[in-house]
Design a protein around this ligand. Structure first.
Ligand code: 76R
Length: 227
């Protein structure tokens, strides 16, 4: 009997970036995704553009063991994991006082949003270098910079949903940034605009970017040639 591995607040999150293996089994992949939702987990599936991956799977669960089972099942069904990201939903320390409804939307997001099919993921950290060390700045200064960030982000209301998941100690960067956008150019606009926020311009460090389109799992598999 394995004990659940459950965050005391929020959800455990796993992003898997996969390539289609030669013997991938459509019905087995769909069954693996179904088993995950039957366990009560949320699973978002996207068809990816470019050489880095064919399929992205973002799963959110109350139990990390469920995420492990999904990963095992997908690998057995012929989706080869070529990159991944491990994180937890969180409420930013600069948003600690927000209303209950907003807290819940951050900690327990309902994904995917149905009007935003463009999917973008990248990990990011904040610098700890010489005169640009985020972690030696006073809390009030960081809060001020995150307010600037939030204000520029709110200009994208309705076009972009950000899901920030924390990964300090869990993966190679400090946050996973998952964006759901209406149009592909919304991704470019929001990321470009935020580069000018001091929090990103001076302190942001970014990992690889992944982009694709969310669809029903069966449609995603068809579009990546698993028929
Ligand atoms: O939770 C909130 O909406 C409150 C305001 C807010 C916080 C606290 C906010 C708003 N963000 C917050 C935290 Mn964000 N965000 C990013 C990126 O590419 C880059 O330069 C950065 C990647 C984008 C594109 C983005 C978009 N945000 C964070 C944090 C955690 C920092 C911490 O805790 O120290 C990170 C790493 C991060 C990164 N942000 C918004 C957006 C958008 C579009 C908004 C407005 C959201 C809305 O009003 O619905």
């Amino acid at each position: 009997m394995i004990n659940p591995s459950t965050p005391s607040v929020g959800l455990a999150v796993l992003h898997l970036f996969c390539k289609v293996a030669p013997l991938a089994e459509r019905s087995e992949i769909l069954a693996a995704l179904d088993r995950s939702t039957e366990r009560g987990d949320q699973v978002v599936v996207a068809s990816m553009l470019g050489h880095k991956a064919d399929v992205a799977v973002m799963a959110l669960s109350t139990d990390q063991w469920n995420l492990r089972s999904l990963q095992t099942d997908l690998a057995a069904a012929g989706l080869e994991v070529v990159d991944s990201y491990v994180s937890l939903t969180e409420i930013s320390e600069y948003a600690a006082g927000v209303p209950e409804e907003m807290r819940n939307a951050r900690l327990y997001p309902q994904l995917p949003p149905d009007d935003k099919q463009v999917f973008c993921f990248y990990p990011m950290s904040k610098k700890r270098e010489g005169d640009a060390n985020w972690f030696t700045e006073e809390f009030d200064r960081r809060k001020e910079l995150m307010y600037e960030h939030g204000a520029s982000g709110r200009k994208f209301k309705g076009r972009v949903l950000q899901v920030i998941t924390g990964s300090t100690g869990l993966d190679d960067y400090e946050w996973g940034v998952t964006l759901f956008c209406v149009n592909p150019d919304d991704v470019k606009d929001v990321v470009y605009t935020m580069r000018f926020d001091e929090a990103s311009a001076r302190y942001g460090i970014f990992g690889p970017f992944y982009v694709g389109m969310v669809a029903d799992p069966a449609e995603v598999l068809t579009t990546v040639g698993v028929s």
